[in-house]
Design a protein. Structure first.
Length: 409
């Protein structure tokens, strides 16, 4: 009994090989449907990855800000607290280790400063960002030359500075970048060595510079406690990361002494948008797969009509209704598997041809994202199509009376 399914599959494969044109036509719908499924899944994953990169580069949806509560309201009046906790570099390191799989953590302060060239009248106002070394990874800035702030700079409070390109040009004029490196500037009268240069961006904002946290702080910066910035790897993980931060604050500090700021409303909008995109793509692929399944059912119903005498002879020689059902279900699964694998290959070829065209037209760095889960989905679809759309033809074949089937012309 255990060998009957394998015998049925063998008979089904022999039937398919006996009439290759018939097999090709019967699988054409599945081939097109699965090719569309593979293309849409891969292109859809690529679009999602592209949108996520744009969100990371152009928005702060993934960022969570934790800052000390320096004021409180008393009788409707906002007054400054006499004491409040201050987050440290050690705190950022501990939290960063706990959230390593979900987010990046950095500490920073920000203040306005006057920067000028020694023995020169050239000066500029700039925003000074005192940061920990991983701040560059969490920002949209890119290093053009030199290096960024490192751990030794923060630990030893080195007087080094990384300038934005517009600020460097304003201070040093038309000199070459090689000459800029190692130059000394005065930050509110305190000397600092330039060790890095940031690339210019399309939207030039106010001049700014990076310095190590704790160095060149100034009195205003000392009065303002540093802010902890946590950037989730994925926008969907922001609520979970926020919950982890609240738990961590409860364990180490009084959580009421801190503000936790997020863009939860915009995060929820982004999550809904991505979910809606996936649902729409799933609906489109579902329609194409159903069309392929209907084609399999029609072909099997025609096959029953053509092989009525064969079915009658098999039943007359001892085949039971279950044997006939297994026979035609095996044929349906074989047809759908063959069509799905051909469709998988066709879908991959379509992706390889379509993505360069999309990049050329849109001038955007778009790439399809093929995952092995797509192969698994194709296998599941093949089995479901064969079973769902092959059940009725198999049941109908098993219901044929042997005498009437043998007499059928």
């Amino acid at each position: 009994m255990a060998r009957k399914p394998f015998v049925s599959i063998s008979v089904a494969l022999q039937t398919l090989r006996a009439n290759p044109l018939h097999t090709l036509l019967s699988t054409l719908g599945i081939i097109i449907g699965v090719a569309a499924l593979v293309a849409i899944l891969s292109l859809g994953d690529g679009m999602e990855a592209f949108f996520r990169r744009q969100i990371e580069r152009t928005t702060d949806l993934q960022s969570i800000m934790v800052s000390s509560r320096t004021t409180e309201r008393i009788d409707g009046v906002t007054v400054r607290r006499t004491s409040y906790p201050k987050l440290t570099v050690a705190d950022a390191e501990r939290l960063g280790k706990q959230l390593a799989d979900q987010a990046m953590v950095a500490l920073f302060t920000r203040r306005a400063a006057q920067i000028r060239v020694p023995d020169d009248t050239v000066r500029s106002g700039a925003y000074l960002r005192a940061v920990t070394p991983n701040a560059l990874e969490m920002s949209t800035d890119n290093l053009r030359a030199g290096r960024f702030i490192n751990t030794a700079d923060v630990e030893q409070k080195q007087a080094v500075i990384v300038l934005s390109e517009p600020l460097a040009r304003r201070l040093f004029g038309d000199e070459t970048e090689a000459v800029w490196m190692g130059r000394s500037v005065l930050v509110d009268g305190k000397p600092a060595e330039m060790v890095g240069l940031l690339a210019a961006t399309e939207e030039e904002g106010p001049p700014f510079a990076y310095v190590p946290l704790g160095a060149l702080a100034g009195e205003a910066s000392q009065r303002t406690p540093p802010t902890l910035v946590v950037k989730a790897h994925r926008v969907e993980e922001v609520p979970l990361v926020k919950q982890h931060i609240q738990t961590w604050l409860t364990e180490h500090y009084d959580p009421d002494s801190f503000f936790i700021q997020t863009n939860e409303a915009r995060v929820e909008q982004a999550r809904r948008g991505i979910l809606m995109f996936k649902l729409v793509m799933g609906l489109i692929t579902g329609i194409s797969v159903v069309v392929g399944g209907i084609g399999v059912m029609n072909v099997l119903l025609m096959s029953i009509t053509e092989r009525t005498r064969e079915i009658g002879i098999r039943k007359a020689t001892g085949a039971r209704r279950g044997d006939i059902v297994v026979q035609f279900l095996a044929e349906a699964v074989a047809i759908s598997c063959f069509g799905c694998f051909v469709g998988l290959a066709l879908g991959m070829v379509t992706i390889l041809a379509a993505t360069p065209i999309i990049r050329h037209i849109t001038e955007a760095p778009f790439y399809a994202a093929f995952n092995w889960s797509t192969v698994v989905i194709v296998l599941v679809v093949a089995l479901l199509i064969g079973i769902i759309f092959g059940t009725y033809p198999a049941w109908r074949a098993s219901r044929l009376a042997p005498v009437d089937a043998i007499r059928h012309e």
